[in-house]
Write a protein that binds this ligand. Structure first.
Ligand code: NAP
Length: 298
């Protein structure tokens, strides 16, 4: 049974998950590159480590939630990285959104040390992370998955097993392809509605009720109308994911014509300086082109 956990990466997503692990009663060690994010956890009784290798010492399970492939490279394969100290029998789980090829590289490196590895990315954002309502996918050895599942159940509302390593990160990219297209559809639709002079609140009433409704469209739509672009899922991360999807789909010769359009708009919004705003700020690239601002209070 898993009792001791190290959590590395206390960003938007990681901080909610690490809090829920503490609440669930696990003995928790935390590490974050910017050390100040560890302070609230220290106050709640977590041990704070000075490096990834120090964080992972003697724990049953190591979990990390990092920005991107480069961050995983640094934290796992770097000089004070996890691989410099991980021991046979420990379990490692990467919940970051990375390329499936990165998950496989991690799995191989850990296997050489007798360590089991799960890739376990998530759907849901800041709120779902804080409320332990994430949708979690996991891949790797089935027996190890079963061992870790009770931990995942403290973080999410559903847990889906995907078979061999790399499959969960593949599913995450499949899902984010759909998310990216939904965001683009919402942005294009709202700009058109604004240009057509429709009442934007009534537009959102329809988006909320009609057969194409989704929580993602409703949440982001209302925030756009209020011009609230505070970040739950940063635009720069969605751009990162679009590039991962392009690479992954390219490796399988799977067509992604619409995703390329979204990627271009995300890159334009990023170039306009909106990278740290919420991904819905993608609409700002379209607004610039259209010469309008979608704003319900105007
Ligand atoms: P975030 O708030 O930007 O946090 C990123 C974390 O990674 C921080 O702890 C950051 O440390 C750390 N980090 C970045 N580069 C690093 C490096 N080179 N070495 C060590 N640590 C590094 O991002 P997030 O929103 O939590 O997202 C984390 C992952 O979850 C991403 O892969 C994202 O795509 C995925 N995801 C996000 C959402 C969402 O809605 N936000 C939803 C599903 C999945 P510092 O604090 O020092 O910067």
């Amino acid at each position: 049974m898993i009792k001791t956990i190290s959590y590395l990466g206390l960003g938007t997503m990681g901080s909610g998950m690490a809090s829920n692990l503490l609440k669930a009663g696990y003995e928790l060690t935390v590490w974050n590159r910017s050390v100040e994010k560890c302070e609230p956890f220290a106050r709640k009784g977590a041990r704070v480590a000075k490096s990834p290798v120090e964080a992972i010492r003697d724990v049953d399970l190591v979990v990390y939630m990092l920005s991107n492939d480069q961050a995983v490279e640094d934290v796992v394969f770097g000089t004070k990285g996890i691989l410099t100290g991980i021991k046979e029998g420990q379990i490692v789980m990467d919940m970051s959104t990375v390329l499936p090829a990165t998950s496989l590289r991690e799995q191989e490196a850990y296997a050489k040390r007798g360590v089991d590895f799960l890739d376990a990315p998530v759907f849901g954002s800041k709120q779902e992370s804080a409320d332990a309502k994430l949708w979690i996918m996991a891949a790797g050895n089935k027996a190890i998955f079963e061992k870790v599942k009770p931990v995942l159940e403290h973080l999410g509302q559903t847990v889906h097993y995907f078979g061999k390593n790399g499959n969960a990160t593949a599913m995450k990219l499949v899902g984010n392809l759909i998310v990216a297209l939904e965001m683009e559809a919402l942005a294009e639709g709202l700009v058109l509605a604004q240009k057509a002079g429709l009442n934007l609140n009534t537009v959102m009433e329809v988006v909320k009720a009609a057969d194409f409704r989704s929580p993602l469209l409703v949440g982001n739509g209302h925030n756009i109308l209020k011009r609230d672009f505070s970040s739950n899922f940063a635009l720069k991360l969605m751009l990162k994911d679009a590039r991962l999807i392009e690479k992954f789909a390219g490796s399988l010769q799977s067509p992604i014509p619409a995703l390329r359009v979204v990627e271009k708009n995300l890159a334009s919004a990023f170039a306009l300086g909106f990278g740290t705003e919420n991904a819905s700020a993608l609409i700002k690239a379209l607004e610039k082109e259209a010469g309008v601002e979608v704003n319900a209070s105007k």
